[in-house]
Design a protein around this ligand. Structure first.
Ligand code: 5GP
Length: 195
């Protein structure tokens, strides 16, 4: 997605050969116009898949998911990372090892909002080692919901998550795939660029 590539190139900061900081438009400050374009692109890619709901994880998955949900006309459920006073009964949970924080979180959703009647699109901001996506797939499976695919804003193609998920037969649609963060700049994979 050209607009996203340009934004990453102009505003992304390469913190190391493994970590890209995109706080100016995705992870802290949010660019609504770009989120809208991202939502439109996810909608275009999954419009024939009978999606009933979008499942994401707090906090950075919420903005692109809400835009996709708005355009697709479906609700958005986000898995919580912390225990909530009001979310206590009928919880479906999974363990997720955080890539950026190196901690293990239990993520949870209410069984009221993800059910066996749902056909889910799972969305997240980044795909690195795939832990967040695997946790969300685990929740979908426990709920008996089917999953049409995983939509990712930025996939780091040099880490193992994308290959792992695709090898499991999961459809992964990434709007930007970065093959390297060496020499302080993001190198994009061609095939994602042409979409
Ligand atoms: P995974 O679970 O695939 O190993 O990592 C994905 C999660 O870690 C995403 O939800 C995202 O929050 C965070 N993440 C992984 N790599 C990066 C990165 O390079 N930059 C930022 N900003 N977040 C990342």
């Amino acid at each position: 997605m050209k607009q996203l590539h340009e934004k990453i190139s102009s505003e992304g900061r390469v913190l190391s050969e493994e970590v890209l900081k995109v706080d100016s438009f995705l992870n802290h400050q949010i660019d609504p116009k770009l989120m809208q374009a991202i939502g439109e692109e996810f909608s275009r890619r999954f419009k024939n898949d009978g999606i009933t709901k979008i499942l994401t994880i707090e906090s950075s998955g919420i903005a692109p998911s809400v835009m996709a949900g708005l355009i697709m006309g479906v609700p958005v459920v986000f898995a919580r990372k912390r225990a909530s006073l009001t979310l206590t009964e009928g919880l479906i949970s999974a363990e997720v090892k955080s890539f950026t924080k190196q901690t293990v979180n239990t993520i949870s959703v209410s069984g009221d909002y993800v059910t066996a009647d749902d056909r889910l699109l799972i969305i997240d901001d980044f795909l690195a080692n795939g832990q967040a996506a695997i946790g969300l797939l685990d929740i979908a499976e426990q709920a008996g919901a089917s999953v049409a695919g995983v939509g990712i804003v930025i996939e780091k193609g040099f880490q193992q998550g994308g290959r792992f998920l695709r090898d499991q037969g999961v459809r992964v649609e990434s709007l930007a795939i970065i093959d390297s963060l060496e020499d302080g700049k993001a190198v994009f994979r061609e095939e994602a660029e042409t979409r």
